[in-house]
Design a protein around this ligand. Structure first.
Ligand SMILES: Nc1ncnc2c1ncn2[C@@H]1O[C@H](COP(=O)(O)OP(=O)(O)OP(=O)(O)O)[C@@H](O)[C@H]1O
Length: 503
């Protein structure tokens, strides 16, 4: 990509960017939130047209007018925000728009082909499952398979591991290495510096829309060097965990079970407490009931059995808004679905939970000046990069959208914070900032329930860690006394012989 520039109105997303990638290379794109990585890749995928510059693939100049055009040139892309149709099955989504679709679709043989492809890359997927029934991790897998199914030779992955468990991420890296051996080229956007070091050959760093440097990964000394290249200054990567006084319980679950629409018992007899001044972690392989557990606590779903108490009140049958008004903040797993309203402005999104309260509203009238000041303060504090507070949230980069959700929720000084993958999609500087803010919530006397697939993060932040496996809490360990190895074994159901007990 030669001298690429892209303007969105007054915003310069890319400025004279040059990116050169060799065939068979796994090449990382790194940069702070809003640095212009997704825009550059959307240009390469034909979704946006560059304002200036040229693109060459195998020496041939490309004039990309649409994603179809890019796909026919062997370019595939997996986006941060999935592009799947929820009401359709996996296989319907995969074949959608393919040129060789006959009048009558031969879904059966396409499904068999997909299954084989999935097995080759160790990805478990049921081609006939409806996409709306899939977890985020599974939807991500469908997206990757969809691109591979279309014969992508140059595969662009926009933060592919943000939604994967560490085990799934490892499996994905094996896939990428296999693809590389077969001559595929991969562009890999990631904020996870360790991953870049583990899987990529080279790394191009973008800052404020411009190329800063391309380096060979083997020449990088450590992750700190990468972080500093990205931000342009020293980044504080250490987190200080502080001991706090543990108070009364803010969240109590007693024998909570949940049965889904298909009558599957997804949560079984769950009991635990989160106290003031404590961070309780939840770890487990994705799809073991974490989402349903959080949905039951936050009122998105209703528990089939058991009692949920928040700050001494029985909230088992309460609706989300009521629960949130009880001093509960929620950073959801799926911000697109439960965190933001895409069509609304930053300002409107920022006050979604508090527009009825003083000083944002008085005598039933919104106080626009106060709302503006409130939003600006949070944007400054969380370094949300936007033109102004009236900008539609859908125009922000993924990481900046996440910062809006996190900033909004943490600014409500919650008594109970429920945080699910809070730093997903955030650059390392922002992630560390938010981790410190979560510790601050506990220091101020709040209780935190933290769901994360990053074991390092759980070890850094929590006081205790609860392991969920097949919808049950199989063990709760003190963070001080556990190890990554023990957690890994518990997550897989190896320790405690959970499999045998269940049998
Ligand atoms: N459709 C759009 N309209 C207006 N501005 C946009 C649009 N898409 C992106 N931008 C702006 O362009 C800049 C670069 O955004 P981009 O999504 O490329 O960043 P990024 O490096 O991928 O960030 P992240 O790590 O948070 O995903 C941001 O300031 C963003 O607000």
């Amino acid at each position: 990509m030669n001298h690429i520039s892209k303007q969105f109105g007054n915003v310069t997303a890319n400025k004279d960017v040059t990116l050169s990638i060799k065939k068979g290379e796994i090449h990382a794109l790194l940069g702070e939130n809003g640095a212009g990585k997704s825009t550059l890749m959307n240009i390469l995928y034909g979704m946006y047209r560059q304002t200036e510059g040229e693109i060459y693939l195998d020496g041939k100049k490309l004039n990309l007018s649409s994603p179809q055009n890019a796909i026919s040139n062997g370019i595939g892309m997996v986006h941060q925000h999935f592009m799947l149709i929820p009401a359709q099955s996996v296989i319907e989504n995969v074949v959608l728009g393919l040129k060789d679709n006959k009048t009558v679709l031969d879904l059966k043989s396409a499904a068999a082909k997909l299954k084989k492809l999935a097995e080759t890359f160790h990805m478990e997927i049921n081609p006939w499952e409806k996409v709306s029934n899939l977890s985020i991790g599974e939807q991500q897998r469908v997206e990757i398979l969809k691109a591979l199914f279309r014969g992508a030779r140059l595969l662009i992955l926009d933060e592919p591991t943000a939604v994967l468990t560490p085990q799934e991420a490892e499996a994905l890296f094996d896939v990428l290495r296999k693809l590389k051996i077969e001559g595929c080229t991969i562009i890999f956007i990631s904020h996870k510096l360790k991953e870049i070091m583990a899987v990529c050959d080279a790394c191009t760093v973008l800052r404020k829309g411009e190329t800063i440097k391309t380096i060979w990964v083997k020449d990088i000394v450590d992750t700190r060097e990468l972080a500093e290249l990205m931000v342009g200054k020293t980044v504080e990567l250490t987190i200080k965990k502080e001991k706090t006084e543990v108070g009364k319980p803010v969240l109590i679950l007693q024998n909570v079970s949940y049965q889904n629409k298909k009558k599957v018992q997804v949560l079984k007899d769950i009991s635990f407490q989160v106290h003031e001044g404590e961070i309780l972690g939840v770890c487990g392989v994705d799809g073991n009931g974490q989402s349903e557990l959080i949905h039951c606590i936050t009122g998105i779903k209703q528990a089939s059995k058991g009692i949920i108490m928040i700050n001494g009140t029985d909230t088992t049958r309460e609706k989300s808004r009521k629960i949130m008004s009880r001093g509960v903040a929620h950073i959801p797993e799926d911000r697109q679905k439960y965190g933001i309203v895409q069509e609304m402005s930053i300002k409107e999104n920022m006050i979604l939970m508090s527009y009825l309260h003083k000083p944002l509203s008085r005598f039933g009238f919104l106080q626009s000046k106060n709302i503006e000041n409130y939003t600006k303060r949070i944007c400054d504090e969380f370094e949300i990069k936007a033109q102004n507070t009236d900008e539609k949230i859908m125009n922000l980069s993924g990481g900046n959208q996440q910062k809006v959700v996190v900033g909004r929720e943490l600014s409500r000084n919650p008594k109970l914070l429920i945080a699910v993958h809070p730093d997903r999609g955030l650059d390392i500087g922002a992630a560390k900032y938010i981790q410190r803010e979560i510790i601050n919530t506990k220091k101020k006397g709040g209780g935190v329930l933290l769901v994360s697939s990053e074991l390092d993060e759980l070890m850094d932040l929590t006081d205790r860690i609860m392991v969920i496996y097949h919808g049950q809490i199989i063990e709760t360990v003190s963070t001080e006394k556990t190890s990554l190895k023990e957690l890994g074994e518990l997550m897989m159901g190896i320790k405690n012989n959970v499999e045998e007990k269940n049998a």
